[in-house]
Write a protein that binds this ligand. Structure first.
Ligand code: AMP
Length: 282
């Protein structure tokens, strides 16, 4: 497995992989790899002939009061996990390599970046959209794999690829959960065992909502009210949002008539957790 930090060497190596092996799949990550990340690598390996993973904790998607400094960076373990998962190349640049000067270009995907997490994390999706666009210029892969876990991020990436005619297929991959239902996340490492129990209520509330939809409930407010009760009863104090949205536009829906995405974010202690689920009545 090649480990590269230089932009030119990475681009050349990906071109060489394409020529020698065929279709290249790309999995962008911020490291601290868990089974969620590894599932993306596995799906990429099934779809493609070679797999490239990037590991980069991107400073521009963190606001000053967020956990950029505390974000876990177990690079040796991550490289071992990539190697064991059959990854061909890891691109792991420093911030100085990615941002040698203060950039004057920002990618902003209007609408999709502004609701849900975007409402409370000003500039977050601009940071994401810009770094993903940069990474697509450095890793000329044929397909890129993103988790449904960060559903809004996936919607933003799909849109920017369409709008900017970037020749890459975007593949959304299912959320991997712990046995409790908690969606795997590098940030789960911040949770105490009591907080983990509270955090399990998020998926519980989402699964209950999906069952209610199956049983005929269509009203978004009724669904989110029941979810709120479940989550508060588990001891979670701070719910940032719970919304039922259109799966592509992310615009709020009042009544579910087709497919929809139920998305939520909460704070437990210092940890911010997000989760979501798809529902379909068609
Ligand atoms: P991150 O390292 O948090 O930036 O995540 C890198 C990629 O892994 C993103 O596309 C995430 O959506 C995806 N991912 C993170 N957690 C999960 C999970 N539990 N299941 C599936 N994909 C995930």
């Amino acid at each position: 497995m090649l480990v590269i930090d230089s932009i030119k060497a990475c681009r050349d190596a990906v071109h060489a992989l394409s020529q020698m092996q065929g279709r290249v799949g790309f999995v962008p990550t911020m490291g601290a790899l868990h089974r969620g990340h590894l599932s993306l690598i596995e799906i990429a390996r099934k779809h493609c002939d070679a797999v490239v993973v990037s590991i980069f904790v991107n400073p521009t998607q963190f606001s000053p009061d967020e956990d950029f400094d505390a974000y876990p960076r177990p690079m040796d373990e991550d490289l071992r996990a990539c190697s064991q998962s059959g990854v061909d190349l890891v691109f792991a640049p420093t911030a100085a390599i990615m941002y040698p000067q203060t950039p004057r270009t920002t990618i902003h995907v209007t609408g999709l970046s502004d609701g849900l997490c975007g409402r409370l994390r000003a500039g977050h999706f601009d940071g994401v959209a810009t770094v993903v666009t940069k990474l697509f210029g450095i890793v000329p892969a044929q397909a890129a794999f993103f988790g449904d876990k960060d559903y809004q991020q996936l919607a933003v990436v799909r849109q920017l690829v369409r709008d900017l005619n970037i020749p890459i297929e975007i593949v959304g991959c299912p959320i991997v959960r712990e046995a409790s239902g908690l969606a795997m996340s590098s940030r789960n490492a911040y949770l105490s065992s009591e907080q983990r129990t509270q955090a399990a209520s998020l998926s519980c509330a989402l699964f209950q909502a999906r069952e209610q939809v199956k049983a005929g409930e269509r009203c978004a407010a009724t669904l989110t009210e029941a979810m709120r009760r479940t989550i508060l009863e588990a001891g979670v104090k701070q719910i940032e949002y719970m919304e039922v949205v259109h799966p592509d536009s992310l615009v709020n829906v009042e009544s579910i008539t087709d497919s929809a995405r139920i998305c939520l974010a909460v704070r437990i202690g210092s940890c911010r957790l997000i989760d979501n689920i798809g529902v379909d009545v068609s």
